[in-house]
Design a protein around this ligand. Structure first.
Ligand code: ARG
Length: 402
């Protein structure tokens, strides 16, 4: 019996060709693995297709809950957003896929793992690093990085090997989707001056076509995790699915980002992330109410580190674990609600409340009941400004006053 390789299988042309190509080039029998993290319409159909194109076995799994609980929510608690724009949907999915590929390899006695990433993107890094960390003995094969076939050659190879080529015209874009968001690149988008055409978007309506009336929603969190939507308790997957359609209808969550890839190039990426946009905003609004200024300042530093390491494929590393422990500790009092207004592509926070709120009306108010003693201020200001006054006396030039 030939040795086996587990192939991450989407059911598309590239990975279908890979089933044959790997067998031919490396001699491995192929076990395909397809996982649903909010991106697969029909697992059974994909399973059947894998067997039809020559896989010896086809494993499928629904990992939506695991994706949300173990990957998305830790990132939400961390406020992880890459370069201030990208809520990291694709990037957060990769370590889970790597983890499951290694698991299936173990269960099926495979000696190699294969995936369909090209040699230009971040995803190859995330998968290779993840697989190499969790299954260092497994050989990694990336056919699309190795075979050097053009699209036409790929189709010819498919024809020669009785691999069905989809009759529908291939989308002009390269698209990746999961519950946390949709990533779209290539085609006309490669010109950063060109406005994304309407057909790029599938989850969000054009903000100018969105309803004229705003919609208000309320998200309740417990220790940094969303637990209720508009007063109704729901699981994480359900909350995200609901928000996906509510916010999508209002055109919320479109992002046009020139991003810095790990492999050194800048790329233009369009994202649709209606649920992620709402939850990240809601979470940070509530957090602003319960953490001190110092905690918030420090957490922002951690957020950008956290986002970088997710983007850069270092999920399975000590630093991620360290930062996650810190982030979890900060979420102890992030319990309460945020109210948001969705309108014509905008998602604005209009209210927040928490039993642990540090907002004290009697200190903040300018009206009756003011408990802030303004007589404390002059003394405080004298000490606060002492170092610069001293400096001004001794080093006129240093303070830029001359
Ligand atoms: N640029 C994003 C990232 O590196 C998304 C890449 C997803 N791939 C795609 N075919 N659009 O995470």
């Amino acid at each position: 019996m030939a040795e086996r390789a587990v192939l991450a299988y989407s059911g598309g042309l590239d990975t279908s060709v890979a089933v044959k190509w790997i067998k031919e080039k490396y001699g491995y029998d192929i076990v395909t693995f397809t996982v649903d993290i909010g991106n697969v319409a029909n697992l059974d159909a994909i399973r059947q297709k894998a067997l039809d194109v020559g896989a010896v076995d086809a494993v499928v799994a629904d990992a939506k809950e695991q994706f949300i609980n173990d990957y998305v929510f830790p990132s939400l608690k961390a406020d992880a957003i890459y370069e201030g724009e990208y809520s990291l949907a694709t990037a957060i999915g990769r370590p889970l896929i790597a983890q499951l590929l290694v698991k299936v390899a173990r269960e099926t006695g495979a000696v190699a793992v294969a995936h369909g990433c090209t040699g230009k993107g971040n995803d190859q890094v995330r998968l290779d690093v993840g697989i190499g960390t969790l299954g260092p003995d497994l050989r990694i094969i990336a056919p699309a990085r190795e075979w050097g076939m053009t699209r036409e050659e790929l189709i010819r190879y498919a024809d020669e090997n009785c691999i069905p080529v989809p009759v529908t015209k291939k989308s002009p874009y390269s698209i990746d989707e999961n519950l946390w968001g949709r990533s779209i690149e290539t085609g006309v988008l490669e010109d950063p001056w060109t406005e994304p055409p309407a057909d790029v978007y599938a989850w969000t309506c054009d903000p100018s076509d969105a309803p004229d009336a705003p919609e208000y929603i309320e998200v309740e969190f417990e220790k940094g995790i969303p637990v209720k939507l508009n007063g109704v308790a729901m699981g994480g997957v359900q909350i995200i699915e609901h928000l996906h359609s509510i916010a999508g209808q209002h055109g919320v969550g479109r992002v046009d980002h020139i991003e810095n890839r790990l492999v050194g190039i800048k790329s233009r990426e369009i994202y649709e992330a209606p649920a992620a946009t709402v939850l990240l905003k809601a979470h940070s609004a509530l957090q602003n109410l319960v953490l001190t200024k110092d905690q918030l300042r420090f957490k922002q530093l951690v957020a950008s580190q956290y986002a970088d390491l997710i983007y850069n494929g270092l999920w399975f590393g000590g630093l991620r674990r360290n930062l996650a422990a810190y982030v979890d500790d900060t979420q102890e009092y992030v319990t309460g609600s945020a109210r948001l207004k969705l309108h014509k592509g905008n998602c604005s926070v209009v209210g927040r409340k928490s039993p642990y709120s540090l907002y004290d009306l009697s200190l903040a108010t300018y009206d009756k009941g003011d408990a802030f003693d303004q007589a404390d201020s002059p003394g405080f200001i004298r000490l606060w400004g002492l170092p610069v006054r001293l400096q001004a006396r001794q080093q006129r030039g240093a303070i830029g006053a001359d």
